[in-house]
Ligand binder design. Sequence first.
Ligand code: UD1
Ligand code: MG
Length: 449
Amino acid sequence: MLAVAVLAAGKGTRMKSDLPKVLQPLAGATLVERVLASCQRLNPSRQLLVVGHQAERVQTSLAARPELEYVLQQPQNGTGHAVQQLLEPLAGFEGELLVLNGDVPLLREQTLEHLLERHRSSGAAVTLLSARLADPTGYGRVIADEAGQVSAIVEHRDCTADQKAINLINAGIYCFDWARLAQVLPQLSSDNDQGELYLTDTVALLGSAIHLEVADADEINGINDRLQLCQCEAVLQQRLREHWMREGVTFVDPASCSLSDGTRFGRDVIVEPQCHFRGNNLISDGCRIGPGSLLEEVQLGKGVEVLFSVVRGAQVADGCAIGPYSQLRPGTRLEADCRVGNFVEIKNSHLDHGCKVNHLSYIGDADLGQGVNVGAGTITANYDGLRKHRTLIGSGSKTGANSTLVAPLNLGAGVTVAAGSVITRDVAAGALALGRARQVVKENWPGPV
Ligand code: UD1
Ligand code: MG
């Protein structure tokens, strides 16, 4: 049996933030979500989260995971004190306890599987993850012999000058034999520089500890301040971009682009510089994105082009072209081969096959039939100050430049709206609608004096 405990009660003083540290976002997911995700393949029978600082906020953020058991640590008197809080909920539990620091979010699932296997085959009381770092500053140092037996962990601030030179560090990830850990937990003392109970002191107390060195030291990056947050973001982004490049996506300038875990690409997609993908996106084969675009919760069909544009909450079918300088807002659905051009905003609207909205328009709460040609500067006036209303435009219709369509409004198929019109009444199929003052010309006008 395996139980997992994630330590997430600390304040994260060094972040200088109102947000509890484990709720800081990293590539679109919080630190604690990432830590929890890293152990799911192990199929733990219990998942406990030690919470304390802003406990409610942490719990609310994880409301979608009813399998989590929360253990309150109040006050927060160190990582050893945090694990002492498990003595009651895990009373009688038999098996291993995997302890994960809530601020170590880049662990790979395979690494934890490896840790568990190593622990089970060695028979040690605890197996901990370690790494060799060029700069070990801030981490606990692992005092170990050549066979990998660990005699103690000494926190950076408690190290002697000689110990500070050790570059083998404690990652904060441990696999304990729970029964043996439970026996030594009550013996922890706060006789250290911070006056806290250190989980790391159990290593010496247990007298039977080994370490497993990770091959990729990036995995065990702990986040204590914004600099480390940014370093971890860079590692994650690089992992995501490398993955997608191997899957057949071209990044022209990868370092200038950011991805989310939930973004999926087809083959032969080209991502130009300065493009950002957030949330869940599907970018199908042959799309060309950017330069300079933001996409969030979008589905793009094959061969879609997006240039210098913001696309959010939209579905765009095959062969559409967006931009430059378009904004597609939530609820926008474009069928195949539509064109949306510069300085056009579309919201909560459906455009059927082959529509063109090429210049300076606002289309909100509208349904356009096939092949509608929206003239430059056409606006759907969808809001009367109290409520939103819909505009329907039949297939093959054409609006002239600078028309205002005052909703609720229904234009039939093949309607022509004259340039500069304000249309307030429904128009039957095939008609021409004009709604503007007739031009007046005064001959021989004296002009300005
Ligand atoms: C800890 C380790 C250190 C290791 C490093 C790896 C100890 C004493 N030291 O140091 O050896 O190199 O992680 O990143 O464990 N927490 C609680 N309750 C508390 C205190 C902390 O739940 O009372 C949680 C924090 O929310 C955090 C985790 O434990 O997620 C680690 O705490 P932190 O203060 O960051 O420990 P480090 O100084 O990084
Ligand atoms: Mg830390």
